[in-house]
Each structure stands twice: as structure tokens, then as C-alpha cells.
Design a protein around this ligand. Structure first.
Ligand SMILES: [Zn+2]
Length: 217
């Protein structure tokens, strides 16, 4: 049976320099499906050569990429989309495009399948059209892997919510709800600005508690 392959090419990071400056770049992930080769979040526009090299280390050429998926449209998540001109689709939030042709077949109420066991779902919060790529049947986990962009900033933001609330959330209540939903349905989370982590029962109950407090306040 085919197993989907998930390879984190770059761990994202975010570091405060001072009150007006932050250093940040996103997690960039390669997913190899049965009939697809997907890159998720393409870092800043200055990272082209590094991305080309990282793909090459896994035997992938930029022209092999069939789908570019950006969890949302911020500059540190879409910067190198220009490398992947043979891709069938560039998906940025809810917008699915090829050259100048835009298709709106995906929204908050639907999911969008890319390949066997690989699909996108809406997880609004950080931005209102933020999305998460779900990879089932992968080499990383018995449960689904969620590549979720800035829905989760990093593992630490579960213990200290200010890590995600302080970097900007267009809808804090929806984001909190979607964080809980994604943790419930996945075994591994690949966050927007930190290394991947296992979803433990403690993490699930903590997120559920945060959602409960939010609802009752
Ligand atoms: Zn980000």
C-alpha cells in the first residue's frame, strides 16, 4: 500500500529582536503523494536557492512539484511560489489558481482533495481564509499529520497562548476552536514557526479547556 511521505524541509522560527522588530520565517514542508508532489509554504522571496537545494537533496526538481499550497497569504509563506511554474495548481488560502485562471471551488464549508489521503480544510483564525493540509496514511504517524501554518505558531503556544495571540489573529475565537479541532483529528502537528510535535492527550485536553473557558467567558 502506498504511504504518503511528509518531509519537513525547513523548521520555521520567530524571534523577537526588540519592540519593533521580529525575525521570522515559516516551516516549509514537502509531501509526496501517490500522484502528487506538494510543497507547503514557500518562505520568503529571498529563500529560492535554499529551497532548490533542499528539494534536490530529496531528488526533487522544482518542475516536479505538482501543487503549491500556502496556508495563508502572508509574505513569509508565499515568497518562492514563483519557482514552481509547472505546478497544476497554486493554492493560497481559498484561492486556487494556474496562471491567471482562478477557481473558487473551495470555501469554509468544504474540503478540497489533492490526492489519496491528502486534502485541505479551512481553519480560519490567524487569517480568515487560513487553511490546513491534512495528510492521512503517512510515514510519520498512524494518525493524520496536520500542516497547519500559523494556526499553531509553535509547540510552546499551547502552554502560553500569547505566542499565537500576540502575532496577530484575525479571529481569536475561531482560531481557538480550530486549534482544538485539528488537535482532535491529528497525531502530529507541523506548526507555522516551529518544529513538528506529537499531539498528546495532555495537549488535547489543554486545548479543550482553553476553548471551554473562552466559551463561558
Ligand atoms: Zn507566519
Amino acid at each position: 500500500m502506498h504511504r504518503n511521505k511528509v518531509i519537513v524541509l525547513f523548521d520555521g522560527y520567530s524571534k523577537t529582536v526588540n519592540s519593533t522588530t521580529t525575525l521570522a520565517n515559516c516551516t516549509c514542508t514537502l509531501v509526496k503523494g501517490k500522484n502528487s508532489c506538494i510543497i507547503v509554504d514557500t518562505r520568503t522571496s529571498w529563500d529560492g536557492n535554499e529551497i532548490i537545494d533542499a528539494l534536490q537533496n530529496h531528488g526533487i526538481n522544482v518542475n516536479d512539484i505538482t501543487h503549491v499550497v500556502c496556508t495563508h497569504g502572508h509574505s513569509d509563506h508565499i515568497g518562492c511560489n514563483y519557482l514552481f511554474l509547472k505546478a497544476k495548481e497554486h493554492i493560497v488560502g481559498h484561492a486556487i489558481s494556474n496562471k491567471d485562471e482562478y477557481r473558487y471551488t473551495f470555501d469554509n464549508t468544504t474540503t478540497y482533495a489533492i490526492d489519496e489521503g491528502i486534502f485541505i480544510m479551512s481553519t480560519p483564525g490567524h487569517t480568515l481564509d487560513s487553511i490546513t493540509l491534512i495528510v492521512e496514511n503517512s510515514d510519520l504517524s498512524e494518525n493524520s499529520v496536520a500542516i497547519c501554518g500559523d494556526l499553531f505558531e509553535k509547540r510552546e503556544d499551547i502552554d502560553d497562548e500569547t505566542h499565537w495571540t500576540s502575532v496577530g489573529s484575525d479571529d481569536i475565537n475561531q482560531q481557538r476552536k480550530n486549534r482544538q479541532i485539528i488537535a482532535e483529528m491529528s497525531g502530529i502537528i507541523i506548526p507555522g514557526h516551529g518544529p513538528k510535535f506529537d499531539v498528546t492527550p495532555e495537549i488535547r485536553s489543554k486545548l479543550k479547556e482553553q476553548e471551554r473557558i473562552e466559551k463561558s467567558s
